[in-house]
Design a protein around this ligand. Structure first.
Ligand code: UAG
Ligand code: ATP
Ligand code: API
Ligand code: MG
Length: 472
């Protein structure tokens, strides 16, 4: 592609790719120079030009020599728009999910529901890029803009027509998922997380709102809203103002109204009112939170043309999502051990509430909090665990650069009297050894993760495997 086809005054120079890291610049690359949290990309402009960059997207005040300066007050946004032109075409149907908890589950369920209708579908998020054939990890929930757009374009080349992606608040505030038409955008919920990055809840909420204010298609786009969240009305108002269609789901929903939910042995029976009819669904997953995510996923499928009755009936064939209330093993005495990715106070509450109706004895929880992330959520996580579980074991999550004992102490502030066992393997073993036949063990915080981040090292660690080894 010629630079002139992307931007005015670009001329005949050939564009070969896009990069936001100067170390990835090759001859013909357009380099995006952004101010970040740790570095200022503008410091690497000269190096990028030396490496062959043909154009630099940067603020107007910045000096660029030897390449075209594409000046913009919002360089991340401009870069995303140009990169999207370069990487297009994309799958015809793209939808995005934001919210504090439930994004991964919802995009995965959406992918499954589309697949049941015979579409070539994919999802992108914390679990990586998932298609019917495999899952490829990207490292982040919302990859950087170049990885994201090239992945989505690659999916289109493979014949994928439907893609559902997670839009994390970090990703939204850094314009990591812009540029492709988004036909429907979903909001799952808002609760405390990531205040280390966003500062306060209102700023955090506004980062998420960007999905509905800027990213969702203006023409014909649909906002899908979990109507039982206290912030739902703010999203609904915005969607109405912009003239977007609305699909609302939940007890307060009007498109899919949840009338009843009864836990069964292996799942739950849902009664849903839609289009004036009552539908009964046997969802093969436990927990109110999984019902919520399944309904949001159904909302996205309906928003992109799915038939209401068919979509609701397909919910009974959903497969579990990796690391979300995944039953890892049943101990020798008969206690089931679940692994869940709850790493916020609200998620812990939801995971505990999901297991409570299935527990005849005690609920034993093992969890910790990640290092180098929101420290203010630690004590509330301790509180949520103590309020809901009968036995609380506080252990390590991913300490990263922090002192693990100090993280545990902050969690324990909210969980006085809890048992403290630093090593995650020892903690899981202790919980499993302690469990009697009627008890349930919940190992929370790491879900599908395959490693424990300690300092700069990633040590192999999988909660499911460790639980199985401990129960053997
Ligand atoms: C805080 C945060 O989100 N940081 C991400 C962000 O960094 P940043 O823009 O602040 O970048 P920076 O490192 O300060 O560098 C500034 C610019 O200089 C460039 N650079 C930097 C160094 C160099 O030698 N050359 C160079 O060109 C960088 O590529 C960047 O464009 O952009 C980088 C490139 O895409 C990401 O790698 C980085 O993720 C870090 C590693 C991270 O840990 N992110 C986590 C917190 C995150 O994003 N998490 C969310 C999860 C949320 C959820 O699911 O709840 C996610 O979406 O994964
Ligand atoms: N709708 C929900 N309401 C409350 N808690 C939920 C909900 N969905 C999921 N959770 C909790 O959050 C955990 C993470 O779920 P999931 O991975 O789907 O969320 P996510 O938004 O993708 O998280 P992340 O921000 O880490 O990417 C689950 O294991 C569960 O404990
Ligand atoms: N996407 C989440 C993952 C948290 C997982 C937890 N195990 C931790 O390390 O804190 C985040 O970046 O906050
Ligand atoms: Mg996720």
């Amino acid at each position: 592609m010629k630079l002139g086809a992307l931007t005015e005054g670009g001329g005949d120079a050939v564009v070969t790719g896009f990069a936001i890291d100067h170390r990835k610049v090759a001859p013909g690359t357009i380099f995006g120079a952004f101010e970040g949290a740790r570095f200022n990309g503008e410091d690497f402009i000269a190096d990028a030009v030396k490496a062959g960059a043909v154009a630099i997207v940067a603020r107007p005040s910045v000096k660029v020599e030897g390449a075209l300066h594409i000046a913009s007050e919002a360089p991340r946004e401009t870069f995303a728009r140009l990169a999207a032109k370069f990487f297009a075409p994309f799958p015809a149907t793209a939808v995005a999910v934001t919210g504090t908890n439930g994004k991964t589950s919802t995009v995965e369920m959406t992918r499954q529901l589309w697949r049941m209708r015979g579409f070539h579908a994919a999802s992108i998020g914390t679990l990586g890029v998932t298609t019917a054939d495999d899952t490829v990890s990207t490292g982040l929930t919302t990859p950087d803009i170049v990885t994201f757009l090239s992945n989505v374009a690659g999916l289109a080349r493979e014949g994928v027509s439907h893609v559902a992606f997670e839009a994390s608040s970090h990703g939204l505030s850094q314009y990591r998922t812009e540029g492709l038409p988004v036909k429907a955008a979903a909001f799952t919920n808002l609760s405390r997380d990531h205040l280390d990055y966003h500062g306060d809840m209102e700023t955090y909420f506004h980062a998420k709102m960007r999905l509905f204010a800027d990213v969702l298609d203006l023409d014909g786009g649909t906002a899908v809203v979990w109507a039982d969240d206290p912030n739902a009305l703010r999203i609904e108002d915005l969607a109405r103002q912009r003239g977007n269609r609305l699909v609302t789901v939940g007890e307060h929903g009007s498109t899919l109204r949840l009338i009843d939910r009864e836990p069964t042995l292996l799942g739950q029976g849902l009664v849903i009112e839609a289009e004036g009819k009552t539908h009964k669904v046997n969802l093969p997953l436990i927990g109110a939170y999984q019902a919520a995510n399944a309904l949001v996923a159904a909302g996205l499928v309906i928003a992109t043309g799915g038939d209401v009755t068919q979509t609701l009936s397909d919910l009974s064939r959903l497969q579990p999502v990796r690391g979300r209330l995944e039953r890892a093993v049943i101990t020798k005495v008969g206690a089931p051990v679940y692994v869940d990715y709850a790493h916020t106070p609200d998620a812990l509450e939801a995971a505990i509430a999901a297991l409570k109706p299935h527990t005849q004895g005690r609920l034993i929880i093992v969890f910790g909090a990640g290092g180098d992330r929101d420290t203010g959520k630690r004590a509330p996580m301790g509180q949520a665990a103590t309020a809901g579980a009968d036995v609380v074991i506080v252990t390590d999550d991913n300490p990263r650069s922090e002192n693990p004992a100090a993280i545990r102490a902050q969690v324990l502030e909210g969980a006085p009297g809890a048992i403290e066992i630093g090593g995650r393997r020892d903690a899981i073993k202790a919980a499993i050894d302690m469990a009697e036949s009627q008890d349930i063990v919940l190992i929370a915080g790491k879900g599908h993760e395959q490693g424990q981040i300690v300092g700069d090292m990633v040590l192999p660690f999988d909660d499911v495997t460790v639980a199985r080894e401990s129960a053997a």
